[in-house]
Design a protein around this ligand. Structure first.
Ligand SMILES: [Zn+2]
Length: 211
């Protein structure tokens, strides 16, 4: 009987962070053995510890303490009232929940502020994307989580944003390294407000993405 099974049903012992880490490092050693490796050979010394340290970074999306604070401003506070599409684009990295393999690519985020509503601090968009991507994900849910979090920050009972849009395009290593072994990006999107209802707004946004 393992220590773990032995403890099952008893009062849970107080587990410090490093005890938790050591337990997982033991599991990773087991996985290395399962793969046919000798976890004690020179090249693998420290690998379980390195993986645990890396996971803390790439899976920080499970830690509510690391949720980014989203700064919003009153539209017009700097003397300019924004009522056009504001676009941010960049890269993102995530891990697919079906195979625990990376998927990564580019995102395009756009919104149309309400002239009387709020505007986002532009650097916050990338931070929200990184946070939502830093856990086991599927691309379809990722776009919705990001839009929900940014919509919540822009929420204003009286003057909501006129529309929010996010498109993500990514390569999935679980598709490219195994199984069908086919290249080909997957695109997923979430469009709200004017981006959904107004064909001209949608076309303007999608044309900008194609460039
Ligand atoms: Zn997958």
């Amino acid at each position: 009987m393992t220590e773990e099974q032995n403890n099952a049903g008893k009062n849970r012992p107080v587990v410090t962070s490093s005890e938790r880490d050591k337990k997982v490092e033991e599991h990773i050693r087991g996985i290395l053995e399962y793969l046919g490796e000798d976890p004690d050979r020179e090249g693998l010394i420290g690998t379980p510890e390195r993986i645990v340290r890396m996971w803390k970074e790439i899976f920080r999306g499970y830690d509510p303490q690391q949720k980014p604070k989203i700064t919003v401003f009153k539209n017009g506070c700097d003397g300019i009232v924004y009522d056009d599409m504001i676009i941010d684009e960049g890269e993102f990295y995530s891990v697919c929940e079906h195979h625990m393999m990376p998927f990564f690519g580019r995102y395009w985020f756009a919104y149309i502020p309400n002239p009387n509503g709020r505007i986002l601090g532009i650097s916050k968009i990338g931070r929200v994307i990184d946070y939502c991507a830093a856990k086991l994900q599927i691309q379809e849910r990722l776009v919705h989580e990001v839009v929900d979090m940014l919509a919540e920050a822009l929420k204003d009972e009286e003057y909501p944003p006129l529309g929010i849009a996010l498109v993500m395009k990514a390569s999935h290593l679980c598709k490219e390294m195994r199984g069908v072994r086919k290249h080909g990006d997957m695109t997923s999107g979430c469009l709200t407000g004017a981006f959904k209802e107004d064909r001209y707004v949608r076309t303007e946004f999608l044309d900008l993405i194609k460039k």
